[in-house]
Design a protein around this ligand. Structure first.
Ligand SMILES: *Cc1c(COP(=O)(O)O)cnc(C)c1O
Length: 235
């Protein structure tokens, strides 16, 4: 299967999953997770109808952006982020999905103010409380959303999660459901600089489950580009 065929097939599956729960497919943003795929492959995906690309590593993002890989698509950052690399992303990415700490949120705001932009972000939640994973704890969220009101450079647009690797089909539904509840609970109260629009969860193996559980943004790599040849390097 070509990348173009895969894009059509994933789009069709996203649409079917949305319709299956009575939702408008247009509400769902498909993010192509482009890590370890070169500029040419990314262009192929964009030409086939991908409107958002998600990149994991800052250096890879900068190189491919320089090469014009993402032209015609919006760019999201979805990987582990260090404070000293924030400067490469602010004003470049339409959305930084993986803000995993208050310190990072502050650093992004500071940089955005300097650049004269407002940076849209999602807060990454460590929903299964895994020690190996970055992300905020669900209980911290109200205080962090309150804090966002004092950070003029950012606008929090929602939540993102990477649940544990599922052993079997449907296994992640419990985490997706918890994320949806967290999203709903924290949308009820109005905070300054916060607009809870996006719930980003679900990858190649489980994006249909995620949509059924309330995701309106899914991040799909393998099902579009094929298996990656080697594991990602640390940034
Ligand atoms: C790689 C990646 C994805 C996509 O994973 P696939 O299983 O290849 O679809 C989604 N989200 C994040 C944060 C990723 O790093």
């Amino acid at each position: 299967m070509s990348i173009a065929e895969n894009v059509k097939s994933v789009q069709a599956r996203v649409e079917a999953a949305a319709r299956g729960t009575g939702r408008d497919p247009a509400e769902i943003t498909l993010v192509a997770a482009t890590k370890m795929n070169d500029a040419e492959k990314v262009r192929e995906a964009v030409a086939a109808g991908i409107r958002v690309c998600g990149e994991n590593r800052v250096q890879e993002l900068c190189e491919k952006n320089e090469a014009g890989a993402y032209e015609g698509a919006a760019l999201h950052f979805i990987g582990t982020l260090q404070k000293n690399k924030v400067k490469y992303l602010v004003g470049v990415c339409a959305l930084i999905e993986s803000v995993s700490s208050v310190e990072l949120l502050e650093a992004i705001s500071e940089r955005a103010v300097k650049r004269g932009v407002t940076q849209d972000v999602l807060l990454e939640i460590n929903i299964a409380d895994e020690t190996s994973k970055s992300g905020m704890r669900p209980g911290e969220l109200p205080a962090i959303l309150e804090k966002a009101g004092s950070l003029p450079g950012v606008r929090v647009r929602g939540l993102m999660a990477i649940p544990p690797i599922a052993a079997g089909k449907g296994e992640n539904c419990v985490w997706f459901a918890r994320m949806r509840q967290l999203f709903i609970d924290n949308s009820a109260k109005k905070y300054d600089n916060v607009s809870m629009d996006f719930l980003s969860m679900g990858m190649s193996g489980d994006f249909e489950d995620a949509i059924r559980e309330g995701a309106n943004m899914v991040r799909v790599g393998t099902a579009i580009f094929g298996a990656r040849p080697y594991p990602p390097k640390a940034d």
